[in-house]
Design a protein around this ligand. Sequence first.
Ligand SMILES: [Zn+2]
Length: 355
Amino acid sequence: MPAQIEPLRAFVRALPKAELHLHLEGSISAELSLRLATRHAVALPGAEGGLAGVRAARRVRDFRGFIRTYLAVSSCLADAPAVTDAVDELAARLAARGVRHAEVTFTACTHLRRGVAEAALVEGLLAGRESAAARGVSIAYVLDIVRHLFDDAWPTLAFAQAVRRHDPSAVVALGLSGPEGGDHPLTPMVEVFAAGRAEGLRSVPHAGELLGAASVRAAIELLAADRIGHGVRCLEDPAVVELVRERGVALEVCPSSNVALGVVPSLAAHPLPHLHAAGLAVTLATDDPALFDVEIDDEYLRCAAAFELDCEALRGLARRSLEYAFVSHATKARWLAELDAVVAPAEQPPVQRVE
Ligand SMILES: [Zn+2]
């Protein structure tokens, strides 16, 4: 790593930021998953080899393997304290990197199907949110539906309502994840997203990751997407690029995830500069930081190196993340003022040595 990276990392960490695309289940570290698996007698791949075994087993090689690992780690969330521990661990990592606000995706139905009580999940999420706030990170949840599990759509909305009965601000949106494909049309999801919108829940589906621009168009036209998870393949159709720009839909771009899952062959080949050049609102995010072994400051720095982004370009990415967060105007204005006040490394006065 070049010697000049450290001042730049310090700058990136100092920028107030929002993390708008990350999954709670994909944020659980190898250490915590092993601890929770032991506590709840859950079969975790690689556990027989201790921490090193768990780390090796969770190395992502392709989408299928990723889903297997993801579900294994998910099964560690067996009760309220486990959920709280996961949120708190994530918040500690985010706080250390200057993240002020995170919109964290949680796939409630995966856990409900495994027999975890709704009350335990609600309690765990709310308690986790409180400990995150104590660390200086505001957390709001995105409740997501797995694309091909139509039967989970309404129960997911019902779960969002259950959380909101305790705290209306705790859930901000409905999400949609899982493999994109012709076999899983969005039509059955239209009504549930409309019902969510009627209650003030925003729409943040994944699209344009495994499938092309038509998937992004469907997410906007059928689900009224406010932001799109990934969306990078919108570039395959100029008319869709125009649609994204016209509607002011932000893209939650997760370059390391795209490389790990083979959406792009390498970071250098990632279309981030083209998305930016097309005038689209790009935010940087990590998707599943603990499975892709990336933290948000790494993501900024990797992009800075790959695309020769200067400090102002990095500040612009952080700005976008705050602008497109679902928080009040007053909060946003405060964070943006703090963002503008962060001094870039080149402008810092030389250190005065006192002998
Ligand atoms: Zn995702």
